[in-house]
Design a protein around this ligand. Sequence first.
Ligand code: TXA
Ligand code: MG
Length: 304
Amino acid sequence: METEVIDTGAIEKVCKKLLSGGIVAVPTETVYGLAARAEDPDAVAKIYAVKNRPSDNPLIVHCSDSKQALRLLKDVPDFAKKLSTLWPAPVTLVGISAVSWPQVQAGHDTIAVRVPKSAFFREVISRVGPLAAPSANISGRPSPTTADHCLQDLDGKISLIVDGGPCTVGVESTVVDCTGDLPRILRPGAITERHIEAFCQLAQTTSGVASPGVKHAHYQPAASVEISTTVPRDSKEDTLYIVKTSIGAKYEKVYSSAEDLARNMFAWFRLADECGLLVVKVQAVEEDGIGVAVMDRLRRAARG
Ligand code: TXA
Ligand code: MG
C-alpha cells in the first residue's frame, strides 16, 4: 500500500476515506491519532490490526463538541458536566456508555470521550461522525508528535497521513474516570489535578475502573531509557542525554521547562533510535503541573 502525506487542506479526501471504511492518521494538540469511524466495526478493527494493539485496550472516541460527546455517556454526573466545559482540551472523560461499540470499548461497559482542540480534526468529525482514535504509533513505541513519526511507524500500512505540523502539547490527554462519586485521574496529562480541582474535588481512592492501557509496555524506544534525578556526570558516546543544562555530551538535547520536555520527549526518543544509540538518559523534572505526566511517561518508558 502506498502511504500519502497530505495537508489539512485535503479535508474532502480525508472524509471520503473515513466514510468508505478507511483509517487515517490525523494531528491533534496532544499526539497524532489513527482515526476510524467509531460506528464502523470493520474500520475500528483495522486500527487494532495496523497498530498491533492488544484487543483488551479500549479506544478514545473523539467528538466535534461537548454535546455530541456527552450524548455517548449514560447518567452523566454533575461534576463530569462541569469538566466537559474544559473542552476542546487535552482531557478525556470515561463514563458508562450510552452506545454499544464493542471494539471501541474493548468489551467494557464504559466509553472514553474527548473533544480535541484541532479545528481540522473537529471539522472532519462534524462531517463524518465521532472518530475512534488511539495514538498513531505501533503499540509500545513512543507516541508520534509529527507526521514524519507516523510515517516511520505506519508507512505502507495505511494510505493517508495528514500533516498538521508538530503537536503543541506532546503527551497524550489526561484520562479521567467519571464512573464514581468523584473524578479520578487514570492517566496524567496537560490538564492537571489543579485544573480539575477548580471545578470539583478529586477522588483520593485508587479503586474504581482501571485504565486497561496502563498495564501494557509503552512509549519505549529501542534504546533503554534511564531517569537521572541529578545532572548526569558521565558522557558516553552511545548515550543521548536529555538535560536541563548542557553537559557537553556528544549527543544531547537541552530542555527549558517541563512543557518543553513534554513537547519534545517522544521525538528525542525516536532520534536516539535513528542515531543507533543504546541509552537515553533523562534528567527528571519536578512532579508538578505537566511534570506529573512527563514523569509518568518516562517511568513507563524506563520499565522493562
Ligand atoms: O491525547 C490522546 O488521548 C490521544 C489523541 C489521539 O487523542 N489518544 C490516545 O489514545 O492517547 P490511546 O489509545 O493511545 O490511549 C487511550 C488511553 C489508554 O490508556 C486506554 O486504556 C484508556 O485511554 N481508555 C480508553 N477507553 C477507556 C475506558 N473505557 N476506560 C478506561 N480507560 C480507557
Ligand atoms: Mg497510545
